[in-house]
Each structure stands twice: as C-alpha cells, then as structure tokens.
Ligand binder design. Sequence first.
Ligand code: AMP
Ligand code: MG
Length: 403
Amino acid sequence: MTSTALRSVGEHAAAVAELLHRTPVQRQPLAACLGLALAADLPAPIPLPPFDNSAMDGYAVRAADVAGAGRSRPVELPVAHDVPAGRGDAPPLRPGTAHRIMTGAPMPPGADAVVQVELTDGGTAVVRVFAPATGGQNVRRAGEDAGLGAVVLTAGATLGPAQLGVAAAVGHGVLPVHRPPRVLVLSTGSELVAPGTPLAPGQIYESNGPMLAAAVRAAGCEATLAHFVADDVAAFHAALGPRLAGTDLVLTSGGVSAGAYEVVKDALRGHGVHFVKVAMNPGMPQGAGRYLGTPVVTLPGNPVSAMVSFEVFARPALLAAAGHAVTHRPRVPARLASAARSPAGKRQYRRGLLAGDGTVSLVGGPGSHLLAALAAADCLVELAEEQTEIAAGTEVTVHLLCS
Ligand code: AMP
Ligand code: MG
C-alpha cells in the first residue's frame, strides 16, 4: 500500500469521534465532579464577594481621619469595636474612631478603608496609626470578582479545582454535569503476563491495560480494565460479549497489525469494525466501528503506539462525548533542540521534553516499544507529514501531556 492510500490522521480522528454520542446530564455533588464537564452555564446567585469586606487584619477607619498619619506623627484613634470574620452586626463607625477588623470581616458602615495591623501599634483600646490610607484601601468590594447573576463557568467547562472552588464560593453544592463515558479496556496477546507474577521465556508484562485505563481515568472517564486475553478469537469474544452492555466505548490494544494471529482483527472484521492504515507514526494500524452497537476503537499493541493513538484519536472523542468544550491538549510552538528525521507522508509524534527556553528535546528514538522514554517525556512533538529532514531550531508543534 502506498502512502497515498493511507487514511489521514484527521479522517481517522473524525471517524472515531463520530462513534461516540454525548453522554446524558446528571446532577452531582461537587465532590463527584472533579474532571467532569459542566453541562450548563453557571450563574452566580449571589455577588462574589457577597459583601464589602476587609482584605487585611487591621483597623477599619475613615481615610479622612488618618490622612495626616506618619511614623513621626501617628494618629491616635479610640478602638470602638472588634469585627472578626463572621460577625454580621458590626456597628457603624463613628468619625474619629476605629474598629479592629480581621480579614474577611464585613466593613462596618461608615468605614471606607482598612489600615493593616503592621502599620499600627496594634492597640486594643486606642490604636496609633503610622500611615495614611486612601479611600477603598484594603477593601474587597461586593461583586468585584463576579456580579450578581454573572456566569462564572460556561457550559463545557472542565471542572478542575479552581472551577469547583468558584462553584462552591457562589453557593452551588450540586452541579449539572455530563455522565463520564464508561470505557472497557481490553488487552490482547498470548505473550502477556500480569505484573507481579514471574515471567516465563517469551513472555512480557501487560502494560497497555493499566496504562490505558489510567489514561481514560485521567481524562475524567470511567475505566473498567478487563483481564487480558490470549490471541484466541473465542477467548476474545468470551471476554468482550458479556461486558458490552452499559459500555460507551471498548478500547482494545494489540492484534490489529499485518501479521498472523491478529486476534482483534480476526474477531471484529466483518462485524462493524473497520481496520485501516493511518498515515501516522507510531500507530499506523488502527480500527474503529460498532460491534453489536457498541463503539469500539482498536489500538495497536506496541505500548507507545497504543498511548499515542489514545491521545490522538480516543481522548479527544471521549472528551467531546463527555461534554468538554476543550478536547485537545494544550499545544505550543517549540524549537527542536536537535535535528530529526520523520517518515515521508506520515505524521510523526515523537516523545519530547519541553524546556523553559522554548526548545524541545526528543526523548528516545522513534521506536514504538520505547515505553521508558515515553514515561520520561512531558509532551508529544508533532512532525508534519511533509517534513522528513528537520533541522535543529525548526519550529514544531508540541502537545503538552501534563495538563
Ligand atoms: P501486536 O499489535 O499485538 O502485534 O503487538 C505489537 C507489540 O506490542 C508486540 O511486541 C507485543 O508484545 C506488544 N504488546 C501488545 N500488547 C501489549 C500489552 N498489553 N502490553 C505490553 N506490550 C504489548
Ligand atoms: Mg499481539
């Protein structure tokens, strides 16, 4: 097959994305929402902050009363009241007095500034103020972060720590989110042995399953890792069949390339799954389709191929199905630290480490078995289909894996 007969990366990505439907919306408590996508715009039912409050521990004053204060000419004010955080009945501030106030406490009516405690003698009956204040100084205004009714998060937002924080801050304890897609991960290969057990000659440890299940979970989806199966069509069907119900995506690895004993191909060809060659390196052999109605994406077996294919095809499709507005990793331009070669007509994804100066170094060679190199990388370096000899210093696109 010539390179012109290969399916492009974009075409295969679209074919995989088309398989998955958007998952239904559920209401979930905040603690269950990490990594999920918000299903509707979220307005603030209260302003944020909810009331004018102090940004400092110090003294609430009228700025005019301390206008002339200095180190050598402190202004003395009687301290009328204490206003700790949570006090809702702070009495009004009379001219020529101060209230001792703590961070987050409501501004007393009549006060227009806070002098931080470090600029005073800290007095409790009378305070000596050593610096002037301007109106509004150290005051956090109601609604300055988000006004009443303002949309603080938009539909499709990925709910990370800060997003959950702002949802809580405006009083939402439960959020509408898309149900995380349920993914079944199934590895194939008669050479596979579970980690933690002895290896016989010719055997290797099963690494794709734990890796892909983790990748699915890291994308905010639910993963079920099935026990791997030997290169045996009957065993494959026996493992898959009972698990199809309730599964949004089956993700297999191995058994799709050009050799004999290609169990996934043998089991699913002619049953709604199409096996193709994609103009990509690593990860040329791919498959996608619906088996008995359930979306299936068949990844190649080499660990780096499996992981890169997951990143390029499965992850964006899963994120879209889960309702996320952003389905791709952050991409940045970077300059190659050293020269590289890439096969003509294929988009190559090399493993890289991005430096602070905007250069990216390749980690390990192009081999799709180099899993330790993948584990040492923090990005995928995209080398375009038409690039073959790439000089050091060339600008390339880097996909950040740590987000
Ligand atoms: P395959 O696509 O099944 O021909 O496998 C290609 C290469 O990936 C072979 O070297 C396999 O041993 C290896 N491989 C396949 N599946 C796994 C797995 N689950 N864990 C580790 N290596 C695997
Ligand atoms: Mg195999």
